[in-house]
Design a binder for this molecule. Structure first.
Ligand code: 0A1
Ligand code: ZN
Length: 873
């Protein structure tokens, strides 16, 4: 649809090693919000002989003030500069380059490079932000030792931080001061960071397994000092976990975390100086929900784990992104599973995979975990690279077993420490440490699309055997019309009519991992005295769509007895899904609750001994998005109506049980897992109670009002707030006002206030969202706030997808505006428009109009251009 030639496509196959290495970097940075000067002294050494007589250094939005080579001004005929950087002509084999550039942190609303926000100087260099600070070989395979001297006003920036150790500091004229930091570990520029500002610090100490003391520091605004405990405790737990599980110890004397409200992503693993979105640092019971607490724990761990998987062993090029991200997500998921309930953790991880990655893999933005081409690398921080990448690592773990996997990571670290490597190097280490052939497994990294597995089984009483047949196929994705079979590990068991696991082979195993490698394969299990029901893909052992024809009775049985928590939950979901899908087709189907579903719900409601968090999972209906995913054409309104009706029915039918739960589960606020589970289940009961309204002529929202007022924690308060604000009939103006007034000084809480309004399935939501954009607290420059309104609105199934196209048109206008301010965030937010093929013709037209409006924008960023171009080629 658009041809933009500034969007040169970069191909994985074209990788060339760098011509030069940079051994040492010394930076001198004079920090001023309007005009910052950066002096860089780089020591270059030629690596490869060859005909090239030019050396290109990356640079963007830099104003070159001076340039010296080996101490002498560089003659004008020996270099050239343009919008992409600086080219040195006929460079010597070894030389010292000194440049001085001017940059403008306060005007930098992209939040990439050096920026000034909320009174602080911050950097974000992944993926290609360092080139916005100085001219450089800004590529991950260029590792150098950095020494950084920061200069700033002592009054506005009493704290000056960079990677590594602070080796000297002192005063300067005019009330300025300086600090010099040295990082002993050579690193790529994307891990560079510096911070300056007026920050308070919470400190702690961690003693490593070898007995070294590490100072832990969390830097936040003074008034947030009371909200750092969860982050600090999670950090210590993560450090211990990496020692125990992977033998990995922290390697510097100091580990620093800085929180900011202005950040494009979740957090960044810069060496020794992580910079975090404050959403993943700050948490207090009054301001953060239980989910927020868990988010802090997992992101803190994720960034910490990167110190080995990403930093010590880094990437050769950006096509290898999943080498660090897939592996690190797998590690943080396993950490959270060890810290919390493993089953509930897995359900959450799979839910995320299915809601974000499966749709991506089925649409025009589909790409392999190791992509082959990109125009803007920032567009590849995707659910595929992160979450599907983690599933691939998990499958390797399943195939090799815990010890085998550990042998593999030991070899990987031993071989590649200090190097920039590839996914291939990781797979090879796994193979060699285990004498295991992963040749066919590699296809998972290169092939996009979600495999579909069809399962069929039959029991033969005559031979007392059960035969299972599995077939796989992967739908075509852009640029990959034909797909190969991939090896799919299927963890399985066979349950007899008592719900016991049958013996599967002569070793006496009752659970097995079978490997589906061909398009179709069969297995026969013998010596089974009674019919069995298969429990397949236990723990979601592979990222596939499983299609297995089980009747309601079998599903209901598995929902009640399967000892694999994931599969038990899956069976319950499938039962509900089936009811919902038939209700979407024919609303009258929902008049009465189907017996199997009723029985499964009733059994769960009676299980008072069960972990309440898991119980809540079993009682949660599939989301509207997930229901839509299962349909050839997403029937937006019918899905909403069916789901609401089913909620009403379940609410009404089990009204007394919900009320009982609601009353019984009340209790004082505690932070342990059991209390978290209780709150979750109790708030679910409240939601069903409100849905039971209908049939009872009682106003159940009064319970929510009371809870809103009396709550002593944000989890309960927000649950009630959301039910009230999103209720289709009751008005909650007073509650909205009250909430805002109470929390107006807490940006993370106000983000929730915005998001809940933008997600409300109420007819007046679009008008309301238009008002939110001109609310005094709305700020186009703060991604969290923009996401709270526009991101949340794009997840509002009925209003974003309003049949008249009003949601799309409004949304596109806003993305257009955002693109001039923050292209990365604009491009990421625009991705829901790529799913246009999934809707009816009228909506398709609305979405395409929106994409066209964006495509026609003047000065379209490379980020957004690529998303639009791939969405609508
Ligand atoms: N590496 C970080 C995520 C991250 C990626 C890009 C960023 O800016 C464009 C910022 C952060 C992580 O995985 O946590
Ligand atoms: Zn990461």
């Amino acid at each position: 649809m658009i041809a933009q030639d500034n969007n040169a496509v970069i191909h994985r196959e074209d990788y060339q090693p760098p011509l030069y290495r940079i051994t040492e970097v010394a930076l001198n940075v004079h920090l001023d919000p309007e005009n910052t000067e950066v002096e860089a002294c780089l020591h270059f050494q030629r690596l490869t002989a060859g005909p090239e007589s030019e050396l290109h250094l990356d640079g963007e939005s830099l104003e070159l003030l001076s340039i010296l080579r080996d101490g002498q001004p560089l003659a004008e005929n020996l270099f050239r500069s343009d919008a992409t950087g600086l080219t040195l002509l006929n460079p010597e084999p070894e030389f010292l380059l000194e440049t001085r550039v001017k940059i403008h942190p306060a005007a930098n609303s992209t939040l990439s490079g050096l920026y000034f926000a909320g009174g602080q100087f911050l950097t974000q260099c992944e993926a290609e932000g360092f080139r916005r600070i100085t001219y450089y070989l800004d590529r991950p395979d260029c590792l150098a030792k950095f020494t950084v001297t920061l200069h700033a006003s002592r009054k506005t920036c009493p704290v000056l931080l960079a990677n590594g150790n602070c080796i000297a500091q002192g005063d300067e004229d005019n009330d300025w001061h300086w600090a010099r930091w040295e990082d002993p570990y050579p690193k790529p520029a994307y891990l560079f960071a510096m911070v300056a500002g007026d920050l308070a610090v919470q400190r702690d100490v961690f003693v490593t397994q070898s007995g070294r003391s590490v100072t832990l520091e969390i830097y936040v605004a003074e008034r947030d000092l009371g909200a750092c405990d969860q982050a600090m405790e999670s950090l210590k737990r993560a450090m211990r976990w990496d020692e125990e599980g992977y033998g990995r110890e922290y390697d510097l004397d100091r580990y620093m975390i800085v929180a900011t409200d202005s950040f494009n992503m979740g957090a960044m693993e810069n060496k020794g100086l992580n910079i975090f979105n404050s959403k993943y640092v700050l948490a207090s019971p009054e301001t953060a929900t239980d989910t927020d607490y868990q988010g802090v724990e997992s992101v803190i761990a994720h960034e910490y784990f990167h110190n080995w998987t990403g930093n010590r062993v880094t990437l050769r090029d950006w096509f290898q992104l999943s080498l660090k991200e897939g592996l690190t997500v797998f590690r943080d998921q396993e950490f959270s599973a060890d810290m919390n309930s493993r089953g509930v953790q897995r359900i959450g991880d799979v839910r995320r995979l299915r809601s974000a990655q499966f749709p991506e893999d089925a649409g025009p933005l589909a790409h392999p975990v190791r992509p082959d081409a990109y125009s803007e690398i920032n567009n590849f921080y995707t659910a595929t690279v992160y979450e599907k990448g983690a599933e691939l690592v998990r499958m390797i773990h399943t195939l090799l077993g815990k010890e085998g996997f550990r042998r593999g990571t030991d070899l990987y670290f031993e071989r590649h420490d200090g190097h920039a490597v590839t996914i291939e190097d990781f797979v090879e280490a796994m193979e060699e440490a285990n004498h295991y052939d992963l040749s066919r497994f590699r296809c998972w990294y290169s092939q996009a699309g979600t495999p579909q597995v069809k399962a069929e089984g039959s029991y033969d009483p005559a031979s007392r055997s059960y035969t299972l047949t599995l077939q796989q196929s992967t739908p075509a994705t852009p640029g990959q019309p034909n797909k190969e079979p991939v090896p799919i590990p299927v963890r399985m068991a066979l349950l007899n009519t008592q719900g016991e696991k049958a013996v599967l082979d002569k070793t006496g195993a009752v659970e097995k991992v079978i490997l589906l490698e061909q398009a179709s394969q069969s297995w026969t299990f013998e010596g089974l005295p009674d019919p069995v029901i298969p429990s397949l893909l236990r723990g979601f052992s592979a990222p596939v769509r499983l299609d297995i024809a089980l009747d309601d009775q079998a599903r209901s049985f598995l929902a009640g007895v399967d000892d694999d928590p994931f599969n038990r939950w899956e069976s319950a979901q499938e039962l509900a899904l089936k009811t919902l899908l038939s209700g979407v087709k024919n609303h009258q189907e929902l008049e009465v609750l189907p017996a199997a579903l009723k029985q499964a719900l009733s059994a769960t409601l009676k299980q008072s001994q069960m972990d309440p968090a898991f119980r809540a999972e079993l009682l949660t209906l599939p989301s509207e998005d997930y229901i839509g995913e299962q349909m050839p054409v997403i029937a937006v309104d019918a899905i909403h109506r069916a789901r609401e009706t089913l909620l009403d029915k379940i609410g009404a039918h089990f009204h007394d049980e919900w009320l009982g739960l609601y009353q019984d589960l009340a209790g004082a606020y505690e932070r342990d897992g059991a209390s978290i589970g209780r709150r979750r289940l109790r708030n679910m009961a409240l939601s069903y109670l409100i849905h039971s309204d209908h049939s009872r002529h009682e106003d159940m929202t009064l319970h929510a009002r009371q809870q809103y007022v009396q709550a002593d924690n944000m989890t309960d308060r927000l649950a009630a707030f959301q039910l009230l604000v999103q209720h289709p009939k009751h008005d909650a103006e007073d509650i909205l006002l009250d909430f805002y007034q109470k929390w107006q000084d807490y940006p993370l809480v106000i983000d929730k206030w915005f998001a809940i309004q933008a997600m409300a399935p109420r007819p007046d939501t679009l008008r309301h969202v238009q008002h939110l954009l001109v609310h005094p607290a709305f700020d186009w420059k703060v991604p969290n706030r923009v996401r709270a309104v526009l991101g949340a609105f794009s997840m509002n199934p009925t209003l974003f997808h309003a049949a008249d196209g009003s949601g799309y048109a409004f949304f596109a206008e806003q993305i257009r505006r955002l693109d001039d301010i923050n292209p990365q965030t604009a491009a990421r937010l625009a991705t829901p428009l790529s799913r246009w093929q999934r809707y009816d013709k009228v909506r398709q037209q609305g979405m395409m109009n929106a994409l066209q409006l964006l495509a026609a924008k003047a000065k379209l960023s490379r980020d957004l251009a690529e998303v639009i171009q791939r969405s609508y080629p």
